[in-house]
Design a protein around this ligand. Structure first.
Ligand code: AQP
Length: 326
């Protein structure tokens, strides 16, 4: 039997190349190796400010973007988190085992509460317990994530270990699977690429939009004029983007051109733009095609819910049994 895998993504905006390289591209590669559960985690999305009128389309767009990236709904279970009510049920049960002090140490809570100081709410604080429930419901062993989520998986292990110790072995302790592209920086070269920071390139951006965004992207600060030599490893355009979208030959050209000051930053960005667009344009086209088939998308959403629900309800049944809620 294949090991189970779970991963989720918040429908808080367009799927960007940070999410893509750090998570979704990996999902596509992993879906043959693992029995995979991928979720559009809308319950996580409402822990930070959102617009209720826009949320339904954001959920569907994210679903379509994941399909367009190559997740196959026949091979994997792709579903919307709030459609499977067991996520909330298990969260409440796991909350009784989550030490308050464990949650106060979460870096992402600190970051997000600074970012959204106007609404630092209980759900934002207990978000990692919901994330633990997401993983545990499917008894997932493997959780592919970006570096920013490692602390949450460590916490998930602590919570589930405590559950097993207290009530008996129901859960598997999950392990994170981190990719090479674990932290893609934004176009500002200062913050992690984020949907909410508007420092991103979306996987569905048009060729023109990609270049418009790349043109002002921050590079090596040493390269003020074209004649100033630079260091590729100090250039975010090189480390966050070229490295993942360009082939060996282009990388060599860029490295030499930058260190010897024979090519300017704009030429380097033009090369990147060509390669990035080549990689992303088939995804963009697939996305537009999938999005236009409204009934197909609804069918796939229902299909995913049914498959996820089946596993989730079996797990919650065994959880209730061992804790005496049966
Ligand atoms: N910049 C990134 N580099 C590498 N991986 C990333 N991930 C997110 N940003 C990067 C990974 O993508 C998966 C889904 O993330 P998410 O959307 O659920 O939450 P997030 O990390 O909060 O993503 P954003 O874009 O920063 O969203 P907002 O702005 O809404 O907070 C995760 O595996 C994550 O590690």
């Amino acid at each position: 039997m294949k090991e189970r895998l779970f991963s989720g993504i918040r429908p808080t905006g367009s799927l960007h190349i940070g999410n893509y390289l750090g998570a979704v591209k990996n999902w596509v590669d992993l879906q043959d190796k693992y029995e995979s559960f991928f979720s559009v985690v809308d319950l996580h999305a409402i822990t930070t400010p959102f617009n209720p009128k826009e949320l339904p389309s954001k959920i569907k767009d994210m679903f379509c973007e994941i399909l367009a990236s190559g997740v196959d709904p026949e091979k994997s279970t792709l579903f919307v988190q709030s459609h499977v009510k067991e996520h909330l049920e298990l969260t409440w049960i796991l909350s009784t085992l989550t030490n308050f002090n464990w949650l106060t140490g979460m870096i992402q809570f600190k970051e997000k509460s600074e970012q959204h100081a106007e609404n630092v709410n209980l759900a934002l604080f207990s978000y990692p317990t919901l994330q633990t429930a997401d993983i545990a419901l499917y008894k997932a062993k493997v959780v592919p994530i970006g570096e920013d989520q490692v602390q949450h998986i460590e916490l998930a292990r602590d919570i589930l270990r405590k559950f097993n110790y207290t009530y008996g072995d129901v859960f598997i302790e999950p392990k994170e699977l981190i990719t090479e592209s674990k932290r893609i920086m934004g176009l500002d070269a200062t913050n992690k690429m984020s949907k909410s920071l508007n420092n991103y390139i979306a996987i569905t951006d048009t060729s023109e939009d990609i270049f418009k965004k790349l043109r002002p992207a921050v590079t090596d600060p040493a390269r003020i004029r074209k004649t100033d030599a630079g260091t590729p490893e100090k250039c975010n355009v090189y480390t966050s983007f070229h490295k993942y979208f360009s082939d060996e030959e282009t990388l060599k050209t860029v490295q030499e051109g930058c260190t010897k000051a024979t090519i300017g930053c704009i030429d380097c960005k033009k090369l990147l733009h060509k390669n990035m667009d080549q990689h992303l344009s088939p995804i963009r086209e697939r996305y537009l095609e999938i999005k236009s088939k409204v009934s197909y998308v609804d069918e796939m959403i229902d299909f995913g819910r049914e498959k996820a629900q089946k596993v989730a309800s079996e797990t919650i049944k065994s959880v209730k049994e061992v804790i005496g809620l049966w």
